[in-house]
Design a protein around this ligand. Structure first.
Ligand code: NDP
Length: 393
């Protein structure tokens, strides 16, 4: 007799990671059952998903989208909720696995709620570890909850570590495509427009993470994520530009061995690893053909042309509340850039100004601390946005 399907709650179901996860679930209906799904404002998209996968509960974070969700689910027997607290309720429902794929610091509270229930987390929402790494990892440790990394680089490192002792690890390297501006001059990067930044060379992702990839802030956020996930100090963490994005992460050990994970640039690979863990499930991605690829190249990231990466590394080294402030300021700046209120070059300037003003201090230890620091940083970033921003063309 085959085992009962595992129950899965999907936070951020309407997004890019959410869609890739649902693609896998649709191929493995015998293995997974969807318990709850959430979105922000896309009530109709969420209702379609909830109906198609027979979810028991669906929630939108935006209260204004609540009536549309209730309407779209009427007659389905699926319970509907709205407001940020309904998303937290979704995360706290009994499930075998919660896929945390909300974008931004809005993901922290649902992740903590799922950990509080002792539910294993597949974590895509890197901002929750950047903004609240000590809180999230502390809660996971005290509840004995496993956090499985979905981010392809961290998933690669997790696989390369395979339970090794951290004292045997010399360095952990995560790779970056280098983004669409890898070969651009500093002046051209500073003047880049949203349509330029949204052209990721290898992946199709949500807008925020795509802009972060173009500024290399994404790699900085990922270094901070790795620092918390693997409990490794900043000096042992490295970012390496690797335009082909075939090697996603590697671990160098004290005996001189380097263990790397390779795979196609398809998020369904790390997601499938998390869904199947500790086993494996069939994945649909195109298989790697190294002979066809021929050459893999690597280069050091340029911290002068990509100041966001430098700022993130400095925030990681400073610790305390600096990463929380960095993350909040970056979210405000990226949103303003996407709305064409500022140029690309202003993103780093706003983050830098906000860190100078508010970066010193203790890491948030409670949701109250986190809200306080996050709001203060967003306010400061908004005011520096007005002062520093050159209007975008
Ligand atoms: P998307 O922008 O595509 O999707 C974000 C999801 O979160 C949507 O379902 C959105 O709902 C929901 N959401 C947005 N804001 C809120 C909020 N305030 N409260 C509740 N839900 C909200 O993002 P991605 O899927 O690209 O990324 C998700 C996370 O995964 C990010 O942290 C990203 O850094 C990380 N990640 C993404 C990768 C990728 O390939 N996309 C790769 C590795 C990591 P709605 O549709 O209603 O707006």
């Amino acid at each position: 007799m085959s085992p009962a399907p595992r129950s899965l709650t999907l936070l951020g179901a309407t997004g890019s990671v959410g869609s890739s996860t649902l693609d896998l679930v649709a191929r493995h209906r015998d293995l997974f059952r969807i318990e709850a799904v959430t979105a922000n404002g896309d009530a109709e998209g969420l209702a379609r998903i909830a109906r198609a996968f027979g979810a028991r509960f669906a929630a939108v974070a935006d209260p204004a989208a609540g009536p549309r969700l209730a309407e779209a689910l009427s007659g389905s027997g699926i319970e509907a909720g709205s407001g940020p607290e309904a998303v937290v309720d979704a995360a706290a429902r009994p499930a075998d696995l919660v896929m945390a794929a909300i974008s931004g610091a809005a993901g922290v509270e649902p992740v903590l709620a799922a950990i509080g229930q002792g539910t294993t987390i597949a974590l895509a929402n890197k901002e929750s570890l950047v903004a609240a790494g000590a809180m999230v990892m502390g809660a996971a440790r005290s509840r004995g909850v496993s956090i499985l990394p979905v981010d392809s680089e961290h998933n690669a490192v997790f696989q390369a570590l395979a339970g090794s002792r951290m004292e045997d690890v010399e360095t952990i390297s995560i790779t970056a495509s280098g983004g669409p501006f890898r070969t651009w001059t500093a002046a051209a990067i500073a003047a880049a427009r949203p349509e330029d930044a949204l052209k990721h060379p290898n992946y199709t992702m949500g807008a925020k993470v795509t802009v972060d990839s173009a500024s290399l802030m994404n790699k900085g956020l990922e270094l901070i994520e790795a620092h918390h996930l693997f409990e490794v100090e900043p000096a042992r963490l490295k970012a390496l530009v690797h335009p082909q994005q075939v090697v996603h992460g590697m671990v160098a050990f004290r005996d001189g061995s380097v263990v790397a994970q390779l795979g196609p640039a398809d998020m369904r690979v790390p997601i499938a690893h998390c869904l199947g863990f500790p086993g494996r499930i069939d994945g649909p991605s195109a298989r790697l053909d190294l002979a066809a690829l021929g050459i893999l190249t690597f280069e050091e990231p340029d911290l002068l042309r990509f100041p966001c990466l430098r700022l993130a590394i400095e925030a990681m080294e400073a610790g305390g509340r600096a990463p929380t402030v960095l993350n909040a300021a970056n979210e405000v700046a990226v949103e303003a850039f996407l709305a064409r209120r500022i140029g690309f070059g202003a993103i780093a300037a706003i983050v830098s100004d906000t860190l100078d003003a508010l970066g010193a201090g203790q890491a948030p230890a409670t949701m109250g601390d986190l809200r306080f620091v996050d709001h203060a940083a967003r306010d400061r970033a908004r005011s520096s946005l007005l002062r520093l921003a050159a209007p975008a063309s």
